[in-house]
Design a protein around this ligand. Structure first.
Ligand code: PGA
Length: 254
């Protein structure tokens, strides 16, 4: 009942020329995407409009990596959900661990952003995940529970079902180290159980992505887990062949 979502998080990599070349190469390697898989690319803000134009007649979706929680105003340097929707974005990544760590984003702020994105029909990809120390001390379930509950606090089931959760253990991001399929499944099932407590059966329709060094070599075993509904891919999404290989793996498992 849940469709895989394969999402590329390009982070702060590449300008317009890089973006254009990468998108052309993805289209070339993957001229058609199965209806059973959603594919999303999240380039830096400056390349969003270009990406939307370039992907106009394809099935590839475009999303942003962040947004401000207000609609407009005196917030120099910021971009709102309203602007992203106007540009043609359908998703926005929120609360990535890099934003939590380097830009001091709190659970409360991420909740505000989530609400504002939903108000504009922009689907939030809300990132959660524990630090290495937290996993080592056995605190990982509590940490992730707090992050999930804060993001979904007070939302209706209709709102909740539009959110995508991305479980990204911080120790696995950009490190080459991946959660084992068992570790991923355990946490994904736990996240779904929290969502079930709050929203009942609708939780079965909420997609939970895994992120953290997902690559062509490990995508299959991760995506085979019953509660892993796709991937949020950093490094491997910057290489067309790797990204397309992960999409093809998802298609073969659908
Ligand atoms: P990675 O990044 O695939 O390079 O580990 C994932 C992410 O940060 O979203």
């Amino acid at each position: 009942m849940r469709k895989f979502l394969i999402a590329g998080n390009w982070k702060m990599n590449g300008g317009a020329e890089f973006a254009s070349d990468l998108l052309s190469s993805i289209k070339e390697h993957k001229p058609a995407i199965s209806e059973d898989v959603d594919v999303l690319v999240c380039p830096p803000f400056i390349s969003l409009s270009m990406a939307i134009d370039q992907l106009h007649e394809t099935d590839l979706l475009v999303g942003a990596q962040n947004m401000h929680q207000a609609d407009e105003g005196a917030f120099t340097g910021e971009i709102s959900a309203k602007m992203l929707v106007e540009a043609g974005c359908s998703y926005v990544i929120l609360g990535h661990s890099e934003r939590r760590a380097y830009f001091h984003e709190t659970d409360q702020l991420i909740h505000e952003k989530t609400k504002n994105a939903l108000a504009h029909d922009l689907a939030p990809v809300v990132c959660v995940g524990e630090l290495l120390e937290e996993r080592k001390s056995g605190d990982h379930f509590n940490v992730v529970k707090g992050q999930v509950q804060a993001a979904f606090d007070g939302l209706s089931s209709e709102e909740a079902v539009q959110i995508v959760v991305a479980y990204e253990p911080v120790w696995a991001i950009g490190t080459g180290e991946t959660a084992s399929p068992e570790q991923a499944q355990e946490m994904h099932a736990f996240i779904r159980s929290i969502l079930k407590e709050h929203f009942g059966e609708i939780a079965d329709a909420i997609r939970i992505l895994y992120g953290g060094s997902m690559k062509p070599g490990n995508a299959g075993e991760l995506l085979q887990q019953p509660d892993v509904d796709g991937g949020l891919i950093g490094g491997a999404s910057l290489d067309a062949e790797s990204f397309v290989s992960i999409i093809t793996t998802a298609e073969s498992l659908s």
